[in-house]
Design a protein around this ligand. Structure first.
Ligand SMILES: [Zn+2]
Length: 540
């Protein structure tokens, strides 16, 4: 361990610089605005003026650390802006920030520019965290706090490219409302950041990230609506209907639950169901995507090793720490969880002759757990599902939730008059079966599924493939070469493994990967037609 000690102490005074926009009236409400990393008070005053209601005084404070470009960067080592924290002794930066805000309030109050009991604190990017800290340390000093991260509001409201979205989002909200019969909030905000991808759920809002050019074509736009529906449904499923270990949280520790297959898998399931009910995707699109989900799952040997309960519980050590072997011993509680929820929903519909569905399970959990201030356990969830099905579902849960059995899809979906078709459309085509990644002119094995010729014949993840039968390969050339051959043909693969060159004699396998689709059963009964209509909102 090393310790940093000061050899001498230099006392310095820090001058605070701020820009002030005075309101027409004295003792106005005050907005204190702090800029982000590498920016300045001038830029922030402009943003704050756009946001502040009429009659507000505004102060834009400048950060006290100068940010310099690296000497090696173009334009370096000149200063390019200011900031609030440095890596060295950040606790001192926190103190200075808090003192600065306090003194600023005192200063503008003393000359009657602003009313010290009506102070709002606005932070952009880097200053957000410090502002929140301030709010928790001095709650009596503030009326409100606003955080802005990664972008300036505007595009969404002003660009006609996004206008259609508002209408579609309200359809999604309406369909969720129909399930629960109420909203758990008084207002709800969709925050859309037009870059990146993904989302985060909160009690009364969600922060979504989506590529600003991702609203066309239609298929990508539907991807955005799926994200909206997923994060929105979370305000019911997980933010209010809470699994055992998920809240109140101990943020110092990892929180373990076996129920992420409901919290995430169920939410993903409902995101697509809501899109279908809202008429934003067709029944055909819905069913194709689920058949595709089954297809993906069936290529994962890990489905026979790990249950959705285990996958949920191990999220901290497995899902968020994937390695090259994850495909062989893991499954995703999102992807398989979605399918388990689908199978459960259809099972309940079938067993109750259409009187109940997973909607009733969700509503029951909302009323009996969230509203009574309780979290639910895996046993509670099963009991709720059994209550709706009207009989024991222990066999279902033992096989598909706690166990690793493949779905008996046809026996379940025949309730709604569907059957699953599997076609081996690649049968007779030669293949190696390794998952490859090409970076620059390097072709490397990323992972090897346990049920492939590559696995059986000793190809390892990390192997760099150089040549096949003495011919240098790229990913395309390798594929073309294999396409010229038949299953059973012998080839010589030249690889680097751990920087050692070696040849592997390889027998090409037969590609047995299946493609799945749903279709109506022959001669569906009236009951099957009715249950299908209830489920898919269209005729079989
Ligand atoms: Zn989620």
């Amino acid at each position: 361990m090393t310790e940093t000690r000061p050899d001498c102490v230099l006392k310095a005074e820090i001058n605070l610089y701020y820009d002030l926009r005075v309101a027409d009236e004295p003792n106005a409400p005050l907005l204190i605005a702090l800029h982000g990393y590498g920016a300045s008070k001038r830029q922030m005053l402009r943003e704050a003026q756009l946001m502040a209601p009429d009659g507000f005084a505004i102060v834009a404070l400048q950060g006290f650390h100068q940010h310099m470009r690296d000497p090696k960067e173009p334009g370096g080592p000149l200063r390019f802006g200011f900031g609030w924290v440095t890596n060295f002794r950040p606790e001192e930066s926190i103190d200075i920030h808090h003192k600065a805000v306090l003194e600023l309030i005192e200063s503008v109050a003393s000359n009657k520019v602003a009313d010290p009991t009506k102070v709002f604190l606005l932070g952009f990017s880097q200053s957000c965290a410090l502002n929140y800290r301030f709010a928790f340390t001095y709650p009596a000093k503030l009326r409100g706090i606003v955080g802005m991260c990664g972008g300036v509001p505007g595009d969404w409201e002003t660009s006609d490219r996004y206008q259609k979205t508002a209408a579609d989002v309200s359809k999604i909200v309406e369909e969720a409302y129909k399930i629960f019969g109420e909203f758990g909030y008084t207002d709800y905000t969709f925050i859309v950041n037009l870059r990146g991808g993904g989302g985060l759920e909160h009690l009364n809002s969600t922060a979504l990230q989506y590529d600003r050019f991702g609203f066309k074509p239609e298929s990508r736009y539907k991807g955005f609506l799926g994200l909206v529906a997923h994060e929105y449904f979370h305000n019911f499923n997980v933010k209010r209907i809470r699994p055992d270990a998920l809240g109140p949280f101990d943020y110092e520790k990892e929180n373990y639950t076996k129920l992420l297959w409901v919290a995430e898998g169920g939410t993903e399931y409902y995101s697509n169901i809501l899109l279908r009910r809202a008429g934003l995707i067709t029944a055909q699109e819905y069913l194709e995507a689920r058949a595709n989900g089954i297809e993906q799952l069936m290529t994962q040997p890990g489905r026979l090793e790990t249950s959705v309960e285990e996958a949920s519980f191990d999220a901290w050590i497995k899902y968020y720490r994937q390695d090259e072997n994850s495909v062989n011993n893991q499954i995703s509680y999102y992807d398989k969880g979605e399918l388990v929820n689908m199978m459960l929903d259809i099972t309940i519909r079938g067993m109750s002759d259409g009187r109940k569905s997973l909607d009733d399970v969700m509503r029951y959990l909302y009323n009996e757990y969230f509203k009574k201030g309780r979290n639910y356990t895996p046993e509670d969830f099963q009991k709720a599902a059994e209550l709706m099905a009207g009989r024991s579902l222990d066999d279902f849960f033992a096989k598909y939730v706690r166990g690793e059995t493949d779905f008996d899809v046809n026996s379940i979906i025949s309730y709604i008059g569907l059957q699953l078709n599997a076609v081996e459309s690649n049968r007779g085509k030669a293949f190696i079966g390794a998952d490859l990644i090409e970076t620059g002119d390097r072709l490397t094995v990323r992972s090897v599924r346990a049920d492939t010729p590559a696995y059986q014949q000793g190809i390892n993840s990390g192997d760099q493939i150089i040549a096949i039968d003495g011919n240098r390969v790229t990913r395309d050339r390798l594929q073309q070469y294999i396409d010229w051959h038949k299953p059973g043909d012998r080839v010589r693969l030249t690889i680097f493994r751990n920087d050692r060159l070696r040849d592997i004699d390889f027998v090409l396998g037969d590609n047995t990967r299946r493609e799945y689709s749903f279709s109506p059963v022959a001669n569906p009964t009236e009951q099957q037609r009715r249950l299908y209509r209830d489920y898919m909102k269209s005729d079989l």
